[in-house]
Design a protein around this ligand. Structure first.
Ligand code: CO8
Length: 261
């Protein structure tokens, strides 16, 4: 039995190296309340240190990935209360995860839901997915990374339009703008994300980890520093047995057997 009230945690049946989390407040379109976020972060961090797990998938249900932070928890708060609660700072722990995290998005990914999807490393969208930062319509603005991550993902003019109008992006628009990796029929969006996770789970895990770190570095550093970081990670991999195995297997024309060391 799950120890969590607002999420379901399980392993992909065809590949137990893939850890899966489902947001599970369907009656509230998976609105991200404090308890759900605490549970989600705890479950992600548990997968992140579980040696059997190599990649993670986060999904909601067909109607909603998540329709935002829970408005009921914020509606009557004042600034000092919000400041002291500082609930969105801990969301950044998701961006510190070492293992890749894939969002499988169907239906609404709005406000904090869009911000949560953008905290993931890749997004697989169903044709029904809708992305948006509609906080302007309830008198506020994005507060969990929307102005920063959306702008980096789709560029200033479109991010500005979405944040200032609250308009939703369709899945295909989101794909054209580079926000999502691919758009697939609703019947297969979760399978597609799980299959992608399974491909990554089969790769040498230390190389995956250092490569993920290096790609993320590109978002927060000037090119020169990012290139230096990349080179150091590349050199570091030469002390793994998986580097020897990978290159020798290539030379010997056989499939490599990864040790994760
Ligand atoms: N919070 C709380 N409850 C919600 C939320 C939410 N974000 N979204 C939906 N719900 C609830 C509804 O209240 C409703 O509950 P009930 O049945 O008890 O009345 C239930 O979910 C179903 O929703 P609807 O009846 O509204 O369903 P519709 O199909 O008519 O509409 C929409 C779907 C368009 C998605 C609509 O629900 C909606 O507009 N939701 C709010 C979207 C929104 O504004 N999201 C942004 C929230 S603010 C935010 O995320 C800030 C994040 C950054 C953090 C920084 C804060 C400091």
């Amino acid at each position: 039995m799950s120890v969590y009230a607002c999420i379901q945690v399980y392993r992909y049946e065809h590949d137990p190296r893939v850890g899966v989390i489902q947001l599970n407040r369907p009656e509230k379109l998976n609105a991200l309340n404090l308890q759900l976020m605490d549970e989600l972060i705890a479950a992600l961090e548990a997968f992140d240190i579980d040696p059997e797990v190599r990649c993670m998938v986060l999904h909601g249900n067909e109607r909603a990935f998540a329709a935002g932070a829970d408005i009921d928890e914020m509606a009557d708060a004042d600034s000092v209360e919000m400041l002291l609660r500082d609930q969105f700072r801990k969301w950044e722990r998701i961006s510190a995860l070492k293992k890749p995290l894939i969002a499988a998005v169907s239906g609404y990914a709005l406000g904090g839901g869009c911000e949560l999807a953008m905290l993931c490393d890749m997004i697989i969208a169903s044709e029904t997915a809708q992305f948006g930062q509609p906080e302007i319509n309830i008198g506020v603005m994005p507060g969990a990374g929307g102005t920063q991550r959306l702008t980096r993902a789709i560029g200033k003019p479109m991010a500005m339009e979405l944040v200032l109008t609250g308009r939703f992006l369709s899945a295909h628009e989101a794909y054209r703008l580079g926000l999502v990796n691919r758009v697939v029929p609703i019947e297969v969006y979760l399978q597609e994300a799980l299959a992608l996770a399974s491909v990554i789970a089969a790769k040498p895990p230390i190389a995956v980890r250092l490569a993920k770190e290096a790609v993320l570095k590109a978002l927060s550093t000037p090119l020169e520093i990012g290139l230096e970081f990349e080179r150091k990670n590349f050199y570091l991999l030469f002390s793994t047995s998986d580097q020897k195995e990978g290159m020798h297997a290539f030379q010997q024309k056989r499939t490599p057997q990864w040790q994760g060391r």
